[in-house]
Design a protein around this ligand. Structure first.
Ligand code: BV8
Length: 232
């Protein structure tokens, strides 16, 4: 059985990392259009760096939860037959910390940095600033978090389309269905006749598109769902 798992901020919520659209969520405090866009970075890089430095420090203190662990267990359980394509919208590394191996970060990774001038990529566990020097081109001021901002092209769209078309089940975990193209994947799966299920705290913006749903905290719904899948 090949599982396409799409995860969002809700899968990391119980690890203490903020979601975007819940009450008190990140975007409730900050306007994404003023922080998570190339224009924002060009206009006010210090504020954007401070926003991501704060989130990076929180991530370094966070641990994966039972939902991350269950998805890693599913991948291990299906390794001999099919497998899991774990497509995450999250920029944290909690799926990797939980020992998921095939993780695709379609919106990039907070623990990596990229030079806006030369494209140099490097690991980044410390703060970034406008003073950070690019080790590739030696320029200062162009190093940025290696994440996909609004208006930028998500990573690996062809790979995602291929994995979706070859999956036997599509499961979305902890995502509001508010951001495209990720939010459109459930409709594509349904059009392909692939069973779809949403595991979420509450119905998402595109809950009506899913054939099945289980509501509750991810640390409860995901382990139970994985048990059911592995029992098949
Ligand atoms: C693109 C990385 C062109 C950085 C992010 C129509 C109108 C206007 C604009 C658009 C449009 N269609 C497309 C666009 C453009 C835009 C977009 O979708 N805008 C939205 C606002 C409408 N999209 C883009 O710009 C994308 N690029 O379109 O390029 C293109 C595309 C395709 C083909 C060719 C060209 C790029 C989008 C990426 C932006 N970067 N993040 C960063 O992290 O700072 S987006 C950010 O929000 C996250 O990464 C995440 O991907 C996204 C969605 O958030 P969620 O993960 O869903 O989190 P959220 O808080 O919203 O929801 C949490 C859910 O969890 C809730 O449902 C909650 O109930 C649940 N939950 C909470 N606690 C728990 C829980 N569930 C279980 N257990 C719990 N304990």
């Amino acid at each position: 059985m090949r599982v396409f798992a799409l995860t969002g901020a809700g899968v990391s919520a119980e690890s203490g990392l903020g979601t975007f659209r819940d009450a008190g969520g990140i975007w409730a405090q900050f306007d994404p259009m003023t922080l998570a866009t190339p224009e924002a970075f060009a206009t006010d890089p210090e504020t954007v760096h401070a926003f991501y430095n704060t989130r990076r420090r929180a991530l370094l203190a966070a641990k994966p939860n039972a939902a991350h662990a269950a998805l890693a267990r599913l991948e291990a359980g299906l390794r001999s037959g099919g497998g899991v394509f774990l497509c995450t919208q999250n920029i944290d590394d909690l799926h990797e910390q939980a020992e998921s191996r095939a993780v695709h970060h379609m919106h990039g990774e907070l623990l990596k940095a990229r030079c806006g001038w030369c494209g140099w990529r490097t690991g980044s566990r410390g703060d970034l600033s406008v003073e950070t020097i690019c080790e590739g081109c030696r320029r200062v001021g162009a190093m940025r978090p290696d994440v996909v901002w609004f208006g930028e092209m998500p990573i690996g769209l062809d790979r995602i389309a291929d994995e979706l078309a070859n999956s036997d089940i599509f499961v979305a975990v902890g995502t509001s269905g508010a951001v495209y193209p990720a939010a459109g994947y459930v409709a594509e799966a349904r059009a392909l006749g692939i069973p779809t299920v949403e595991l979420n705290l509450a119905p998402s913006d595109n809950a009506h598109v899913f054939a099945d749903a289980r509501y509750g905290p991810a640390t409860e719904t995901v382990p139970a769902f994985v048990d059911d899948l592995l029992a098949r």
